[in-house]
Design a protein around this ligand. Structure first.
Ligand SMILES: C[S@@+](CC[C@H](N)C(=O)[O-])C[C@H]1O[C@@H](n2cnc3c(N)ncnc32)[C@H](O)[C@@H]1O
Length: 245
């Protein structure tokens, strides 16, 4: 008889990677809704509506393929679903045409660096002053989850952060003006980015250079400490307490 349960492959924490022992990311989101009372929430990547169902205010939900299973209907006046890629959504100019400036955004769409980077850039450009962009999956806890897997049905079966961590690396390089907290939120971290500046063009002007710099970097080869050594993980509860104060 086996004395120990065999761990499922790809689910264990590796040395040097993220220690995400803090409050679960959805609980953090739920608290941010309470603490910041946003007027408009923008979510990129909603899938079954689980994170979206926490939203109590007006929202814009974008997903290339919705599979809504949770109750996403709230008591606000405007709830909008856009079943298209986030790039197409922003290119449509819907937000500026309708004078919508979200004050809270959650980026959880395609987990490829260049997509998540564009998602951040497009969010920042459209946010209200004092807004907050949350970026999921920026503290991977092992190498296996950081692959640039292209088979989406495959990655849904296991924890997968893709290489979204590179967005944080790029922001630390190119946008020292941003206020970035990487929360130790369970299970794969949550980047909370403030001091947004919709008029800052740096990421748009240097986009090709940034993508070239990072696209082929592998976190395991680089050494996780090279990335994780650039910041201290912020305790999720401590961050929420600061937001409350
Ligand atoms: C990890 S799931 C979102 C989970 C959800 N935010 C939650 O926490 O409950 C990622 C979603 O991103 C969507 N997606 C993938 N590529 C996309 C793209 N280019 N634009 C918008 N959504 C995309 C997928 O269809 C999938 O539903």
């Amino acid at each position: 008889m086996a004395l120990f349960k065999k761990k499922k492959p790809g689910r264990h924490k590796e040395a040097g990677f993220g220690e995400n022992t803090g409050t679960h990311y959805r609980k953090v989101l739920e608290n941010l809704f309470k603490l910041r009372a946003p007027e408009w929430y923008l979510e990129i990547g909603s899938r079954d509506g689980r994170s979206l169902s926490l939203c109590p205010c007006n929202y814009i939900a974008i997903d290339i393929e919705f599979k809504v299973e949770h109750d996403t209907f709230n008591s606000a006046q405007q709830m909008m679903f856009f079943q298209q890629s986030s790039d197409d959504f922003f290119a449509s100019g819907f937000l500026s045409r309708n004078d919508i400036t979200p004050d809270l955004a959650f980026v959880d769409g395609l987990h490829h660096f260049e997509f998540a980077l564009r998602d951040f850039m497009n969010c920042e450009r459209n946010m209200k002053p004092g807004g907050l962009v949350c970026l999921h999956d920026v503290s991977p806890y092992n190498a296996a989850m950081t692959t640039r897997d292209t088979d989406y049905t495959n990655v849904l079966k296991r924890p997968w952060t893709g290489d979204v961590w590179k967005v944080i690396a790029a922001l630390l390089d190119y946008r020292p003006d941003l206020d970035i907290n990487i929360l130790n939120a369970e299970a794969t971290g949550l980047g909370c980015i403030e001091n947004l500046d919709p008029s800052n063009n740096t990421l748009f002007e240097r986009y090709d250079e940034i993508v070239k710099k990072y696209i082929d970097v592998d976190l395991a080869e680089l050494g996780p400490e090279t990335y994780f050594g650039r910041f201290s993980l912020t305790d999720a509860e401590a961050y929420l307490a600061r937001q409350a104060g």
